[in-house]
Design a protein around this ligand. Structure first.
Ligand SMILES: [Zn+2]
Length: 415
């Protein structure tokens, strides 16, 4: 029997339904959604009592879905799909409503990289703006890393909880696809503009090939429009080619080709993702590529953003953070990895422990004696004092600190 309250249960026009059911049967549930929107104005999340409001949205294609009420994410139970960290704990705060706009139809994103260009008038692009930098602390468009982090956060792939267990690529794929259906990017449906590499199975191999072919057919020149798109996958290997490199992705036979200059820049910009030390800890790297189709039909990466993650796809800013995330998971702690998006200097905790009230923070200190780093450390300690939460610190020159919850038995994991 399915529970009638708790995380994952939604009240819609007086009826209690499971969120998972709603997402799978949105067409069947359309009359219920329409009634709830007309008569109540919102849905209710039953993870807490009293219940919390949820926004009902309907995409332009007529697909209904529910979303968290703006500014109330923190009030949901940490295991609830609508739970979010409070203000100041995500790089998301740095964007203006021009960059990420939440409407009655869903979320609309303005990506800094144009995805179409008009051949007749080379100067005109789609919704992409001329500038991507800060404007009074508020960005007007989203960069590639920002988009990757936004997707990860929306799909709750930066959340580790003992009840959920380890995330697999199958889960990542399913949750990301769900998010894409509810989002537009530079005015295009994100479900069409972004291809998430599906998990490989022999049974699905033909369907996956057909999906990639259909995606590839949308790229390139169509009339006077040149189209690009995005691919999200896990980099398995970077192999040299006569003109640059080939990115071989997990679960996909077709590689993405790139020029040496792009790969050299990627290594500089995403040092930890491409570093060698993390591989020793079973870490992986997830990348978001801007792709074009070559005249011969190859997929060419013209830009990319990459992030290091644990084997369970929890993002990490260094190999030490991979060790810490794995150790926290081994101690059955519930935690969230805050994501900085496009803001390199954001002051965010390395991890937030959500199984304590108030939430506790985890900091990993890897570098000594650099003035900028020490200043940042001081800034962070002040931040935690303001938040009032417990701080667990790990200086990587020392063994890992005790990570089990106080009162909970268990030993320190061997990392
Ligand atoms: Zn909730």
């Amino acid at each position: 029997m399915t529970p009638t309250n708790g995380p994952g249960c939604i009240q819609l026009a007086g009826r209690t339904v499971q969120l998972a059911w709603l997402r799978e049967h949105s067409t069947q549930a359309a009359p219920l959604f329409a009634r709830a929107r007309a008569e109540v104005g919102h849905a209710r999340c039953l993870c807490r009592r009293p219940a919390l409001r949820l926004v009902i949205r309907c995409t332009r294609a007529g697909r209904y879905h529910v979303a968290g009420w703006p500014g109330e994410g923190e009030q949901h139970d940490p295991t609830c799909p609508f739970h979010k960290l409070g203000p100041g704990l995500s790089g998301r705060d740095r964007y203006s409503t021009q960059a990420i706009r939440e409407t009655d139809h869903g979320v609309s994103i303005r990506l800094a990289t144009p995805l179409t260009s008009t051949l007749a008038q080379p100067a005109t692009h789609d919704a992409a703006p001329e500038e991507t930098g800060d404007d009074a602390g508020s960005r007007r468009s989203v960069g590639l890393l920002g988009l990757l982090h936004w997707l990860w956060e929306q799909a709750r792939l930066n959340v580790s909880h003992p009840q959920t267990g380890r995330l697999t690529w199958r889960t990542c794929h399913a949750r990301l696809r769900q998010q894409l259906r509810e989002t537009t990017i530079n005015g295009h449906g994100m479900d069409e503009a972004l291809y998430v590499v599906p998990p490989f199975t022999h049974a699905a191999a033909d369907a996956n090939t057909a999906a990639l072919d259909a995606f590839r057919a949308r790229l390139g020149r169509h009339g006077t429009t040149e189209r690009r798109a995005l691919i999200l996958g896990q980099i398995k290997e970077v192999a040299p080619t006569p003109h640059g490199v080939a990115y071989r992705l997990a679960h996909q036979r077709t590689p993405l080709y790139a020029r040496s200059a792009l790969h050299a820049r990627a290594i500089r910009s995403y040092r930890h993702a491409f570093g060698k030390t993390a591989a020793g800890h079973g870490a992986t790297r997830v990348a978001l590529f801007v792709v074009e189709r070559s005249p011969k039909g190859h997929l060419i990466a013209v830009d990319l953003a990459a992030m290091l993650t644990t084997a369970a796809y929890i993002p990490a800013d260094s190999s030490y953070e991979v060790v810490m995330a794995d150790a926290l998971a081994a101690c059955r702690r519930a935690f969230i990895k805050p994501l900085r998006y496009d803001t390199a200097d954001a002051v965010l905790p390395d991890f937030v422990l959500t199984d304590m009230t108030p939430a506790a923070y985890v900091e990993v200190y890897g570098i000594h004696g650099r003035e900028a780093y020490d200043r940042r450390k001081t800034e962070k300690r002040e931040f935690y004092q303001r938040q009032g939460g417990q701080l667990i610190e790990w200086d990587v020159a020392q063994p890992l600190p005790a990570l089990t919850r106080s009162g909970q038995h268990g030993s320190r994991p061997n990392a």
